[in-house]
Unconditional design. Structure first.
Length: 67
């Protein structure tokens, strides 16, 4: 993998982490306000999907080494 590809993946991971944090803040605000539980659950599901994307990108950056 070239340095540029690795840099692009790191940037993508950083953007996804920021999006994950944004969802976390939104969910906490929705809980404080007392929004519908179904809406909160949907937001949590989206947040989890982003976490999965982060894991996939990080796996591409640092692949597992089979010893």
């Amino acid at each position: 993998m070239s340095d540029q590809e690795q840099a692009e993946l790191r940037l993508k991971a950083a953007r996804l982490r920021q999006e994950h944090e944004d969802y976390d803040a939104a969910i906490n605000a929705m809980i404080k306000v007392g929004c519908d539980a179904l809406q909160i659950q949907r937001m949590k599901k989206k947040k989890l999907a982003i976490k999965d994307k982060i894991a996939k990108v990080e796996d591409q950056i640092i692949p597992d080494i089979i010893a």
